[in-house]
Design a protein around this ligand. Sequence first.
Ligand code: AKG
Ligand code: FE2
Length: 284
Amino acid sequence: MNVSVKPLTPHIAVEARGVDLSKALGDNVFKTLYDAFAKHSILLIRDQKLTPEQHVAFAERFGELDRHVLTENSLPEQPEIFVVSNIKEKGKFIGRAKAGWFWHSDFSYQEIPAQASIMHTLECPDVGGDTMFASAGAAFDALSPTLQRFLEKLTAIHDFQLGSSRVQNKLNKQQLIKKKHFDDRPPVSHPVVRIHPDTGRKTLFVDPGYTDYIEQLTREESDNMINYLARHVTQPEFVYRHHWEPGDVLCWDNRGAWHCAIGDYSDDDRRLMHRVTVKGTATS
Ligand SMILES: O=C(O)CCC(=O)C(=O)O
Ligand SMILES: [Fe+2]
């Protein structure tokens, strides 16, 4: 395979061409893709036809896989695949609707958060249903050294239930998350600034979706700081907005980027995405 890699914005996202992910990739090809992914946080590969098995096999190249706590939204024949969809069959959603309609980093509410999330688009609206990705590394670099040093001393509590409550009023009864899932994911603490294990780059890890509070500050100070950092990270210059096309495979690095799915489409606009999640490492 003759792979080429081209940045999509100066701070975040690259597109790779000349790759067929349904085939086993040679080590050199995979290294080119992985290095681009770790450096630019988003790796896009278009026009891919993948079976669930091929999707999982590609994801396994990144590392050990992890499963979403909402196991009822996984594909029965391939449980590593988490289905994100607004499509109903026989009155039942075939996947998780309204997933990630707020800025977040996947599994930040777990002691071991996610490394990569790898999404394959099967169906998407012609217009709408885009996803935004923000560089938490470029945003950290742009802070003053004084604020950087201050933030590096802090830790924050991340909470699955808090993030989930952000869309709770938009969900119908069938999709409401059960108490047992919240019990399975108690709040956890992470450093506010983490170090990317591959690149050594420092990134802001206080996604406004799941971060409850910064432990060393008062509630008021913490709310204001998290709001400020959320505005800072999600400024247009740090954001890549992806318009999905069927066949897209997009890998995002949860250690370097936050993302937000945009809920601007209706349930008549079918959207069906398969996501596989790769396990990360402890944050400190
Ligand atoms: O549907 C999307 O574009 C992304 C949803 C999301 O946040 C996720 O699957 O992690
Ligand atoms: Fe997500």
